[in-house]
Ligand binder design. Structure first.
Ligand code: FUC
Length: 989
């Protein structure tokens, strides 16, 4: 055996080498998928460059005289079983009635301070532990006087490199973390033979390990003092030419042509409750290092590239960016958030980096990505580098499905399933109920109970939120077997809530109590996020049950009685609590009450709740920690506001991103990287409402571009090319046969044989039947979209009561009434807060048109009548009909902004009719008689963009009309003067 081993090592030594070949030199040319720098890193947090394979991580400093690689193994944690007093966060002694008492007090007083609740329900944290650095690997080269220095991380290869010239020799080092081999690999080469010399040694900030060396293999072995967790690391050094010698704790290479090392690490952690211990890592680590050493550098690199590229290359984003000529730290510090090629290059790089970081920190076989992914240089990292589950762990996985990295979700899926066992015990012991639960933060050892930090100890909704990721895995893949396997965890999380919901004495609805909107305000009953999360879980469980051919009557009943947590408050905001407590000046980083907008899907754009969410989001402002800004990118994208989403992306890049492009809370926290990548994906493709929506929120800063390989729910790969905010070409590659719905004005649908594919259109959504294995392409716009039919109204509204107005045109443009003006004599009163809005819709091309309303005009300033145009845009996109401060009718559409000479009477109901003829003539009629007019362009109104149609407010909900309105209609033809008095009979036949 011994003989065989040295033969293997000898062979490996021979293949390990290789000079600076042409391929390596070519990669030195700047490209726009590489982070690069002109100095070594001197600071871990802000400058070092991360590589990783999920289980193992390393950060590269790139020093010249001394190279430093800080290394990690993701399961190396203090705390948990073996650590003194570890209790899983469960109450150490029973507290019968404690939760009931808090509920009762909240019923009585409506609120309780976090401190008061923590005093009753909290308990000091014991043995929670924290993620540990494994230590550092040092390569002492003794080089000095380097010129031509470059340190880089190629996102297209997942390889970090360092190059410089010293003493007339060009030196190159390359590092990657191989998932197939479970090793970190490094290679050192020089432009001249015999010039590679260095000493490799390791250090650790803890005094808990022994290091030994033989045959160029360094072994690190120890056990954490805190919990006895055993760990092992091995590094094999291999050379080509020269000599290699073992020191007591180091390996020295002298005069080699090239050298490489392979490193693996492991612990005896296992993810199984309650012991969380498994086999000694020695055999696994030895095997990984032996096998890698036997394979040699080229084969390892090839296998690494094949593995990484299979994931990475699925998605490509082109924002029309060039290749920056400045290093990445300068690219970032010069970034303005404008639309220069360099700004777009940084944005595209940041998007790609989020995917890179996820692939590098989350692969099957280890724990999910923690607050720092897999990278940590400390023995006491911020927040223990743990699993915060009131937003952070979830955010880590937001980009996974949309950007086609389902493999990275496997560790999360497994982790959540494994959490159910300790979570079940916490549900029984603390709540006396079925199901499972986990609170605000957790660790690798099933900490599902509580601690006593008042503003963050209580969040039993976390299990339900985590289950959203299990169900989304199914929605994106359509994989029924997978759904079957995760269903028990989902179902049990739901049963916990079936047992724990409380009847709210205020209205008899079922609420979560005690309920706490993360890290903010007082405890109460039925905070918006609690309700929205439970509703989301119940809905997902019922949908999953239907797919699996079963039913959950208990869940169905509970959902029917559940308060959904959606309320519009006194200043038009979405309420964060069931009582209207929101402050307009509150800019807290958590925007938890918008869960239903993102990551949930209960709020549809264009609805009154979406408008209220926008009011809340606007009040919270554009600041916040790194992850908070990242969340806001997603929110604005879901509100279909690409410019504001882009504004948040630029805020994050300018103020919450470090030189190595890690997100900073501060300090470094990786969730923001993932949240931003998700946000960009949400700007380019959405599918949360059963419809594939390409280019839903493209900002003006990205005038033209494309993305390939994004994923839509329903198992569809989607490519989108856009220009001027609108999709120009959409390619759909469904994974199986079925019905696809696409929100788009594009009108030419072909399959990959070039054959036209039949579809039906309902407003802005087209529906067709996809065959397995076919690719579908949508083109046919821009240019006019379908012409709106002239034989029936485009929209016809007659509000009579309630908060929705059915569109009697038959086009389904139902309006929601925002605000509450009430009714009088059959007319809807507009009190300055009231307006009507549809869901986003496409009006179609209107070569000629009529806008008519029975309306009472009051108030002052610009006051909107009909609105289907981005604010302040006098272009030919959409339409605005409004009243100017001087009381004249204004018409913005067909390419011009025309204030007519028609002065409108105020203070009484008038019959207002505005016609647009084919030559661009605008005529304004009041009570059947011509009151004035003007001339706009002759192209007609381009109603091809998708956005809400509104009456009495603009797209931001501003410029509101006050007064009253009875009937309103839009026709796709210009009524002749003789028909004007009959407009109501025509619009409401
Ligand atoms: C949540 C946030 C904090 C921080 C922590 C790790 O508790 O409120 O801002 O991100 O997680």
């Amino acid at each position: 055996m011994r003989l065989l081993m040295s033969a293997v090592l000898l062979a490996a030594t021979l293949v390990a080498a290789g000079g600076t070949g042409p391929a390596a030199r070519a990669a030195a040319v700047p490209d726009n998928q590489t982070l690069w720098y002109e100095q070594p890193a001197t600071d871990w947090e802000t400058q070092s460059l991360p590589i990783g394979n999920g289980a193992l991580g390393a950060t590269v400093f790139g020093g010249v005289a001394t190279e430093q690689l800080q290394v990690n193994e993701k399961t190396l944690w203090t705390g948990g079983p073996g650590s003194p007093g570890y209790d899983f966060g469960n109450w150490r002694s029973p507290r019968p009635g404690a939760i009931g008492d808090v509920k009762a007090q909240i019923d009585r007083d409506t609120r309780m301070t976090p401190e008061a609740v923590a005093a009753r329900l909290g308990q000091g944290k014991t043995g929670f532990g924290s993620y540990q650095t494994f230590g550092d690997v040092w390569l002492d080269t003794g080089h000095g006087g380097a010129t031509g220095y470059r340190r880089e991380l190629s996102l297209s290869e997942a390889i970090a490199r360092v190059r410089y010239t010293s003493g007339g020799v060009d030196y190159t080092r390359e590092y990657f973390a191989s998932f197939p081999g479970n090793v970190i690999v490094g290679r050192l080469t020089a432009s001249q033979p015999g010039r590679v010399s260095f000493t490799l040694r390791t250090t650790s900030p803890r005094n808990d390990r022994q290091v030994s060396v033989s045959n160029g293999r360094l072994r690190i072995r120890g056990a954490l003092a805190d919990n006895g967790m055993r760990f092992e690391g091995q590094i094999q050094v291999l050379t080509s030419g020269g000599s290699r010698s073992d020191g007591g704790d180091r390996v020295t290479v002298s005069g080699a042509d090239s050298a490489m090392f392979v490193m693996s690490m492991g612990t005896d952690y296992a993810d199984t409750y309650p012991s969380y211990r498994g086999a000694d890592p020695q055999a696994r680590v030895t095997a990984a290092v032996d096998q890698a050493a036997a394979r040699g550098f080229d084969a390892l690199r090839q296998a690494h590239l094949a593995d990484y590229r299979a994931l990475n290359d699925r998605v490509r984003l082109d924002l029309g960016q060039g290749t920056p000529q400045v290093p990445t730290d300068r690219l970032r510090s010069a970034y303005t958030g404008g639309s220069s090629s360099d700004d777009r290059a940084l944005e595209a790089l940041f998007f790609a980096y989020g995917r890179y970081l996820l692939v590098s920190s989350s692969r099957s076989g280890s724990l999910p990505a923690n607050l720092q992914g897999v990278w940590n240089n400390s023995t006491s990292p911020p927040w223990s580098a743990d699993y915060h589950v009131n937003i952070n762990l979830q955010m880590n996985y937001w980009p996974a499905e949309q950007t086609a990295l389902p493999e990275t979700v496997a560790p999360l899926t497994r982790y959540v399933q494994q959490l159910a066992a300790p979570g079940r015990r916490t549900a029984q012991e603390m709540f006396g109920s079925r199901g499972w639960v986990v609170h605000n933060e957790t660790n690798p050892f099933g900490f599902t109970g509580v601690h006593n930090w008042a503003t963050s100890f209580w969040f039993p909704e976390a299990a339900a939120w985590l289950c959203r990721h299990l169900y989304e895995r199914y929605r994106f893949s359509g994989d029924r077997a997978l759904l079957q396997s995760v269903y028990p965890a989902m179902r049990e999380a739901a049963l916990f809530w079936v047992d724990n919901l409380h009847t709210d004495p205020r209205d008899g609805r079922k609420v979560v109590s005690p309920s706490y909107s993360p890290e903010h305000g007082d405890f109460s009953a039925g905070a918006a996020m609690s309700q929205q999360i439970v509703a989301d879980l119940f809905g997902n469980v019922l949908a999953a049950a239907a797919v699996l051919g079963t039913d959950e009557p208990e869940v169905r009943q509970a959902l029917a009685a559940l308060d959904r947590g959606l309320r519009v408050g006194s200043w038009g905001q979405l309420q964060e609590w069931k009582a209207d407590w929101d402050s307009r000046t509150d800019d807290h980083r958590h925007v938890s009450h918008l869960y239903a907008l993102h990551p949930g899907d209960a709020i549809q754009p264009g609805t009154a709740f979406a408008q209220a969410a926008k009011v809340s989001l606007t009040a919270r402002g554009d600041g916040g920690t790194g992850w908070s800004k990242a969340w806001k990118i997603n929110f604005w994208a879901r509100l279909l506001d690409g410019d504001h989403a882009h504004k948040m992306l630029s805020e994050q890049l300018r103020t919450s991103t470090l030189a190595n492009l890690w997100d900073t809370h501060p300090p470094f926290q990786i969730d923001g990287n993932f949240g931003a990548t998700s946000g960009v994906a949400e700007m380019l493709l959405q599918s949360q409402h059963g419809v594939i929506h390409p280019a839903p929120a493209v900002p003006a800063a990205w005038p033209a571009g494309s993305v390939t390989g994004l994923r839509a729910r329903g198992n569809v790969a989607v490519d989108v090319a856009w220009r001027g905010r609108a999709a120009e070409r959409v390619t759909l590659r469904p994974g199986g046969p079925g019905t696809l719905r696409v929100r788009t004005p594009l009108s030419v649908l072909k399959d990959d044989t070039g054959a036209a594919v039949p579809y039906t259109r309902d407003g802005d959504t087209l529906t067709f039947t996809a065959q397995a294995g076919r690719t579908y392409t949508l083109t046919g716009s821009p240019g006019p979209c379908a012409t709106a039919p002239a034989d029936r109204p485009v929209v016809a509204w007659d509000p009579v009561s309630g908060t929705t107005v059915t569109d009697s045109s038959g086009n389904g443009r139902t309006a929601t009434i925002v605000g509450s003006g009430g009714y009088s004599a059959g007319a809807l009163l507009l009190n300055g807060s009231t307006y009507l809005t549809t869901a986003p819709t496409t009006l179609g091309l209107l070569p000629e048109a009529t806008f008519a309303a029975q309306v009472r005009i009051a108030g002052s300033g610009y006051r909107r009548l009909f609105d289907s145009q981005p604010s302040g845009n006098p272009g030919d996109d959409g339409i605005i009909v409004d009243v100017t401060p001087s009381g004249h009718l204004r018409f913005i559409g067909a390419g011009r902004n025309i204030t007519t000479d028609a002065a409108l009477p105020t203070g009484r109901l008038i019959e207002l009719v505005v016609t647009l003829g084919r030559t661009g003539v605008i005529t304004v009629y009041v009570d059947g008689a011509r009151a004035g007019g003007g001339q706009t362009g002759a192209g007609g109104i381009m109603g091809c963009a998708t956005r809400p149609l509104r009456f009495a407010a603009d797209q931001d909900g501003r410029q509101r009309l006050s007064g009253a309105v009875d009937r309103m209609a839009v026709l796709a033809r210009a009524l002749p003067a003789a028909d004007v008095p009959r407009w109501k009979e025509i619009a409401f036949p």
